[in-house]
Design a protein around this ligand. Sequence first.
Ligand code: AMP
Length: 288
Amino acid sequence: MIARAAVVTTPAAWRDLRAAAQPGASAGLVPTMGGLHEGHLSLIRRAAAENDLVVVSVFVNPMQFGDPADLENYPRSLDRDLDLASDAGASVVYAPAVETIYPARFATSVHVSGVTERWEGESRPGHFDGVATVVTILLNQIRPDRAYFGEKDWQQLVLIRGMHTDLALPGTIVACPTVREADGLAMSSRNSRLSDKERAAATVLWRALTAMREMTGTGEADALKLALMGAIIIRREPAVTLDYLQVVDPETLEPVDIVRPGSRAIVAAMVGSTRLIDTMALHLDEVQ
Ligand code: AMP
């Protein structure tokens, strides 16, 4: 039997638990919005392999949702999350109330310029300020030695790395590879909202990215051609509406003309009323 992770709702309760642990015990933080799936669990397992204590935060962050209906419909399943996180090696689940993250008269927001301006930043105004602010607060409240983030949300990962350096936030940022379903669809809490038909159609994002990667492998380095080919594949899927598909520099997120080592394809699309994103490194010798 695996011991259930302790649930704490305040930073003070976490500090007490940490103080009761062995002196010098290291702590890893895995920030999530719940609805845990294998993608999250891979981060938790990695954190458990590298730290003595693992804190999984479960907080559906209102500040990063532009659309109230999206916030309202976001899947919430704390009991199930607690079981899954415990099995994957979490020692603590941090499930704060909104007021514990944003106290009365909260008036601060963290804005990372540059990398946030395009793509998700453009399609979801205010989203990245919400992400940057909550991650700053979580890192300061938990003060982990390491914090784990998924490469699936590449733009988010880049802004977190930049902000972490700029603001001298605690710990080290660790990036973890994207976990996919057997048919290629990147795991996401939002996938549970797809109808059967939409779920089948959603694999087109992975199919387009894979086709672009394979074409790069045959020697095609023209980013525009690759993006066009990917867009044609996606447009053939009637249930899917493409938002953007681009080949970008992995650090600046600026579009590139020529695919170089490290260049990534990034994609976002609506599948029915669900917005999905995905990304892939295009060079065949790069780990996915
Ligand atoms: P979320 O709960 O969607 O905010 O995600 C919490 C963390 O899990 C973020 O760092 C995500 O990038 C990461 N994550 C989400 N989906 C996946 C996935 N399929 N593979 C790897 N990491 C993921």
